[in-house]
Structure formats: structure tokens, C-alpha cells
Design a protein around this ligand. Structure first.
Ligand code: ADP
Ligand code: MG
Length: 712
């Protein structure tokens, strides 16, 4: 089963990933000038075969591949390399100098292993060529001492350093791992990148012929884009002769992916029901503006205007408001909700977590009280009954809540405007359930997507961006601190507390159960109370707290009655306390890039300079990926840039937090670079609309809910 490992996500998500991973467009032409197929004719359905059908892959190995999302041959062939090795010159050992990475080739001599301290082992081996001898070293691979017999011919890539020739990659047979531009894959502890590289080689030899181009010959690839045919692109993405070739290959695969996406999205568009046109803004909205403690930014004003335009029509609003964390989306949400109230109807704000609902309710209630607007909170825990009655009688003018708002048959007396915050965190089913209530809907997201892609993916949604945060903001300063220096991090935090600011401490253990997590956070808060933060008022926030307790903690923190909030990732979204200016994230290496970006967004929400201190386990213990994530966060606070880096690092899978929205599994397309390809794929998809062909059939079957795995 191909798509089995892709868990959550709407139908489009599955469709697209299956199209791109398994060549589900079905029988097309068998590409132009490729070398003769390895064996027989191309049979795309062979790409669905389990990896255990490849030579050398037993059931045990197949099991180890599964957690990497590699189940079928297609999964493997369409796995994008995370990066490529750089070009490295081969030099005689005698001329080795410190600095540049180079390759050497020679024969091994005696080998030894040392363990200078816990967690560090060093394998050293003499390597000689005709010019001289050097000592080559490997870190933390003690088993090599057994495997590398003296007298073995080796090729090594690495650098001369403190410990001799420090090896980054080596080959004992053919030049593969040490070749220039050798692919590097996202690996696991069970399966190394080298092993994957060998496996891809085998899979290409066996199955390259099964990779067919699916689009009409004159359209595919569009000749002016000068893209290779699909089969060649696939070979080149894994084993390019240089980076330019890898990029052309990527563009080709991205293009196919984007066309598939376009077709699936176009087909799934639905007709909008009739809604209710609202009168123009009046006195309530004017009072709201006057009550704001700041002047809206130009982008916020533009969003108000766009919303006014939408609400004036009887076609219900379907607008996406995009703005990075902290850019000021909440004010826009409130504006839309008040427009409903002003028209004598109701507004609803739906958010993904109870904590966020409670937080928003706190903020909004305060403002509503000033404006004489009645506002209730509805989640699955809180005082649901009373809120529900108020919503149904129409006494509540604004309802803030989780998906509980649209479940259990809550009947709004007259819902005119709904705002969905962090919309990508909701499933397709939930968004549809809301849509059936027929209100005007404003979706909000902090996940930056290029406009052209947003238009594609969200189809009928109009897109408004808050491109610039409020002018008073200073970019958050982020530092990466090794665990051994965490004392200094807390010292820094105390200077903020002493100056009357507030702080967050985020605890890790992201895989633990809620209960274990809660205990760990409690223990950590206890430890801090007695240690680093003694004398300060510390609050606790985690998923096991009952709703009233959680609300009380948030209220107290917001009111400045607590100095520090020790929390799990429940604070990831939405929590808004501008006086909190510093955050420590413990074991930050265990979090994903997107998650850290969201967490960091909890500070830097006021005019004060804010700081985010990422405390990690010792550097030497971290994977390349973890180091790169932390470096990326230190380098930039730009969500777009981080999305791109995240994509680079993962080499596959999801763009920042886009799991549910249908475009989460683009493997080859790139956020910024592919604007032209996106445009071309749109126009190609339009051309294909009316035409009969395998692509149409594939799209039909996909939309009819056929099992994508059977579509080949
Ligand atoms: P997000 O887009 O992440 O939801 P918020 O709406 O929570 O961001 O806004 C972040 C902070 O910026 C809040 O404290 C909010 O009051 C403040 N803010 C919003 N708009 C402005 C503005 N125009 N000028 C100054 N501060 C603003
Ligand atoms: Mg928000």
C-alpha cells in the first residue's frame, strides 16, 4: 500500500502524494530519448511493489525502511535527496593541508579505537598512497575497527584537522559515497544515508523503465522550460553529474507535481451556497476602532477593506488572511466578527486548541465589555451548557471556541461571520461542517505560502496578506546555547524578570503521553522554583490542567501576577502577552523547525527587544539535521525563509504546518523559486481540463475516492 504512511490529511493531500509518488497518471507515452528500458516495457504499476521485491531487501530491512516512509519502490524512487556532497578534489596524501574538504585514495594499515570520554569514540587508521601516509579518523563509529581490515583499498573524503584526516565519507569498493554530488538522504538510526543510496541505485536499475511521462507529448515537458523527461529527471535527481543537472531534474519533477495538484484542486472546487449580504460598517465598528490602543497598520486596514467588500455581497466570503506569527491578525478577526454583530447577527471565532480559545476569549471579552457586546466561550470542557444556550438563543453575539462550535449540533441563532484561526490545523471535514452553516468565512494562517501557490491550493479563497508586522517591532534575538551553559541562559532570563518583564520556559519531552508530560513539567517547575528561579512567581501550563485552572493561570500571567510560565507546547499558538520578552526552550533540538518558530512567536509581541534562548543537548550529540534547524532559527526570524530551510532539511514531506491543507506533500516544488512553474502548471491544467487522456481519468478516479494505491 503506497499511501499508508501518510497519515492525517484531506483527500487532496492523499491524491497528490499518490500521483507524485506512484506515477498514477497511468499509461502515458514512454518518454523520448531515454536509454532502453532495463528490462521489458515500462509498467508503472510495478512502482507499487513493496521494497522487499528488490534484490537484497529482506523482510527485516523492509521493516527498518518503513519508519522512513519507504514502503514501495515508488516511495524510494521519489524520495528527494536532502542534499548532495560538494565537489572535492582528489589529492596525494603528501600534499594534504588543513582547510578544504578533499578526497584521498590509498590502502589501510593498522587500526585502533579510543574512548577519550563518555559518548565519544575515535577510530584511527593509517592510510598510505604512493606519496605518503596519514592517520585517518572516524568519530563515534567504533564498529569500523572490526570492519576495516588492514590492506583494504579505500577512498576517503574529509579534511585535515586536529585528529588527522577527519573522514566524512568513505568507500571501500566503487566510488559512491565519496563521489562528487553523491546524494545524501534523510536517514534514521537503523538505516544510514549510504545504505539508502545503494538501495536507490538498485531500484533505478530495476525500475527506471517503469517511470513514464503521463502528459501529452507536445505539452510535456513544456519545451520552452527545457526540462528533461521524467525518467531522466528521476535518475538525475539521485545521481546528478553536477548541481545544475540536479536542479533541472528537480524542476521537472516539481512541475509534474504541480500539474497533479492543479488538476486535483480544480476538480474538487464546490459551488458556494447563497449567504447574507451585510450593510456597510457603522457605529459599533467605529467605536471598536476608537477603543484600539494602537492605529491599525496599512496592511490591517487593507484587510478591513477587503472584508467590507466581501461582506457586501450575498456570495459568502471565503477569504484567507495570511500573516506571520505576531503580525496582528487578531484585530482583523475581531473586526470581521463585530461586523456581524453590528448587522444584528452573530460572529464565531474557531481555534484549534482550548488554551488558545481561552486566551482569545480573555482578550476579546475585555474589549467586548467596553463595546457592550456579549461574548461566550465554548469548548468541550468549560461550562458548555450555558454557553450553548446563549449561542442558540442569540443572547451571545460572539462565540469563541474550539471545533466544539460546529460539533454536537450547536445551532447558532444567526451566524453571519465565522473566523477560523490557524486554519491549517483543522481537518477538511471540520472546515466543511463550518461551511455548511453558510456564514461568511475568514480563514487565518501564520503559515506563509507564496501567493501564487495559495491561490492554487485554496482555489476559491481570496488571499489577503499582512506582509509587515506593526512598526514598533524589533526582530527577536535568538541564541543557541549548549546544555552546559544553560546556567547563563537562566541568568539572562532573571535580568528580564528583574526589569519587570515576564518569561516562558518551554519543556521538552514531546513524545511523552500527556500525563508524563504534565509530571515532567511539574517537576521542572519545582526544580526551577528551588533553583534558578527561586523567589519568582512561577505558573504552570500543560494539557492535563482542567479548563478553569488553565484559564486562571493564563489570566494571572496576562495580568502580570506571575513572572514565569513553565509550559509544554500548549503555548505554541496564539498566546499573546506583550510583556513577555524572553523564552527559554529546553532541549530545543527535539523540536521541529516549524514548531520552534511558532513557539518563538510568543515573545517579541511588544515594542521591547525580545530574546529566545534555545538550549540543546551538547553539540557533538546532535544530528546534522538538529544542528541545521537550530542554526536556521538563529539566522532568521522570517517565516518564509524558515519554511524554505525546513523544506531543504527534510528533503521530503511537509511544508511548514501544512499537513491538512492539501499541498503538504509537495516533495519537489519549492516555495519561492518555482513561481514560474506554478504559473505554467496552472495554465497547463486549464488546457487539460477539457481534454480526454490518462490524466483526466486519474483525476476522476481520485475525486471519486478510489484507493489511490490502485490507480496506476
Ligand atoms: P497574530 O498574527 O500572531 O495572531 P496578534 O494578532 O496576536 O498576532 O498580534 C500580536 C500583538 O501585536 C498583539 O499584542 C497585538 O495587540 C499587537 N498589535 C496588533 N496590531 C498592532 C498595531 N497595528 N500596532 C501595534 N501593535 C499591534
Ligand atoms: Mg494569532
Amino acid at each position: 500500500m503506497a499511501a499508508q504512511h501518510q497519515t492525517a490529511g484531506g483527500p487532496i493531500l492523499e491524491e497528490v502524494s499518490s500521483l507524485t509518488s506512484c506515477e498514477s497518471f497511468g499509461a502515458g507515452r514512454a518518454g523520448g530519448s531515454t536509454p532502453a528500458p532495463a528490462r521489458g516495457y515500462g509498467q508503472p504499476e510495478r512502482l507499487q511493489r513493496p521494497l522487499s521485491t528488490l534484490p537484497g531487501v529482506g523482510p527485516g530491512f523492509a521493516r527498518k525502511l518503513r519508519p522512513l516512509g519507504l514502503v514501495t519502490v515508488g516511495d524510494l524512487l521519489f524520495r528527494r535527496p536532502r542534499r548532495y556532497e560538494r565537489a572535492a578534489q582528489e589529492v596525494p596524501i603528501a600534499s594534504l593541508a588543513p582547510g578544504e574538504e578533499v578526497a584521498i585514495a590509498g590502502v589501510t594499515g593498522p587500526i585502533s579505537v579510543r574512548r577519550p570520554r563518555r559518548g565519544l569514540s575515535i577510530v584511527s587508521c593509517l592510510v598510505a598512497d604512493s606519496s605518503g601516509t596519514t592517520s585517518a579518523t572516524w568519530f563515534n563509529q567504533p564498529w569500523l575497527a572490526e570492519q576495516l581490515r588492514p590492506g583494504t583499498r579505500v577512498r576517503l573524503r574529509g579534511k585535515r584537522g586536529r585528529y588527522g584526516f577527519e573522514v566524512r565519507a568513505f568507500d571501500t569498493g566503487e566510488t559512491r559515497a565519496t563521489a562528487d554530488f553523491a546524494p545524501v538522504y534523510g536517514a534514521s538510526e537503523q538505516v544510514s544515508s549510504n545504505r539508502l543510496r545503494e538501495l536507490v541505485r538498485v531500484a533505478l536499475a530495476e525500475h527506471a523503465a517503469d517511470v513514464l511521462d503521463a502528459l501529452p507529448a507536445d505539452l510535456d515537458p513544456p519545451t520552452d522550460l527545457e526540462l528533461p523527461i521524467r525518467r531522466d529527471a528521476l535518475a538525475a535527481i539521485h545521481f546528478p553529474s553536477d548541481l545544475a543537472e540536479a536542479e533541472r531534474a528537480r524542476s521537472r519533477l516539481a512541475f509534474d507535481e504541480l500539474v497533479a495538484l492543479q488538476l486535483a484542486v480544480t476538480r474538487s472546487r464546490t459551488e458556494l451556497p447563497d449567504g447574507r449580504a451585510l450593510p456597510p460598517p457603522g457605529a459599533l465598528v467605529a467605536r471598536f476602532r476608537a477603543a484600539l490602543p494602537f492605529a491599525p497598520t496599512a496592511d490591517q486596514e487593507a484587510a478591513f477593506a477587503a472584508i467590507d467588500g466581501d461582506l457586501a455581497l450575498s456570495t459568502p466570503m471565503r477569504r484567507l488572511l495570511q500573516g506571520d506569527v505576531g503580525s496582528g491578525k487578531t484585530v482583523v478577526a475581531l473586526y470581521a466578527l463585530l461586523r456581524a454583530v453590528e448587522a444584528g447577527a452573530q460572529g464565531a471565532l474557531m481555534v484549534p486548541t482550548e488554551t488558545l480559545a481561552e486566551q482569545h476569549h480573555l482578550t476579546i471579552e475585555r474589549l467586548c465589555a467596553d463595546l457592550d457586546v456579549r461574548c461566550v466561550l465554548l469548548t468541550s470542557s468549560g461550562a458548555a451548557k450555558r454557553s450553548r444556550a446563549a449561542i442558540e438563543s442569540g443572547e451571545a453575539q460572539i462565540a469563541v471556541g474550539t471545533h466544539a462550535l460546529i460539533q454536537r449540533g450547536v445551532r447558532f441563532s444567526e451566524l453571519a461571520v465565522a473566523v477560523v484561526d490557524e486554519q491549517h490545523r483543522f481537518g477538511v471535514a471540520q472546515r466543511e461542517a463550518l461551511s455548511e452553516l453558510r456564514p461568511h468565512i475568514l480563514h487565518m494562517t501564520a503559515t506563509p505560502i507564496p501567493r501564487s501557490l495559495a491561490l492554487t491550493v485554496f482555489g476559491e479563497l481570496a488571499v489577503t496578506e499582512i506582509a509587515k508586522p506593526p512598526a514598533n517591532r524589533k526582530p527577536i534575538i535568538t541564541a543557541w546555547v549548549g546544555a552546559e551553559r544553560s546556567g547563563a541562559a537562566y541568568e539572562r532570563l532573571r535580568t528580564h524578570l528583574a526589569a519587570g518583564r515576564q518569561a516562558y520556559v518551554v519543556c521538552p519531552l514531546i513524545d511523552a503521553s500527556e500525563l508524563r508530560l504534565a509530571r515532567a513539567v511539574e517537576a521542572e517547575a519545582e526544580r526551577l522554583r528551588d533553583g534558578e528561579l527561586s523567589g519568582y512567581r512561577i505558573g504552570l501550563l500543560h494539557g492535563r490542567l482542567k479548563s478553569p485552572e488553565r484559564r486562571e493561570v493564563m489570566r494571572a500571567f496576562t495580568a502580570g501576577e506571575l513572572d514565569v510560565l513553565v509550559a509544554t507546547t500548549v503555548i505554541e499558538v496564539g498566546v499573546d502577552v506583550p510583556n513577555a520578552t524572553i523564552m527559554i526552550v529546553q532541549e530545543a533540538d527535539r523540536f521541529g523547525l516549524a514548531q520552534l518558530h511558532q513557539l518563538r512567536g510568543r515573545v517579541g509581541r511588544g515594542a521591547e527587544q525580545s530574546y529566545c534562548l534555545l538550549v540543546s543537548r551538547p553539540k557533538l550529540d546532535l544530528t546534522d539535521g538538529a544542528q541545521a534547524r537550530l542554526e536556521a532559527l538563529v539566522d532568521t526570524t522570517d517565516g518564509f525563509e524558515l519554511a524554505e530551510r525546513d523544506w531543504e532539511l527534510r528533503g521530503e514531506g511537509q511544508l511548514l504546518g501544512t499537513r491538512q491543507s492539501g499541498y503538504g506533500n509537495l516533495r519537489f516544488a519549492r516555495l519561492r523559486r518555482d513561481g514560474a512553474l506554478i504559473e505554467r502548471s496552472r495554465s497547463l491544467a486549464e488546457e487539460l481540463q477539457g481534454l480526454e487522456g490518462p490524466w483526466q481519468q486519474a483525476a476522476d478516479e481520485l475525486l471519486n475516492g478510489a484507493d489511490p494505491a490502485n490507480l496506476a
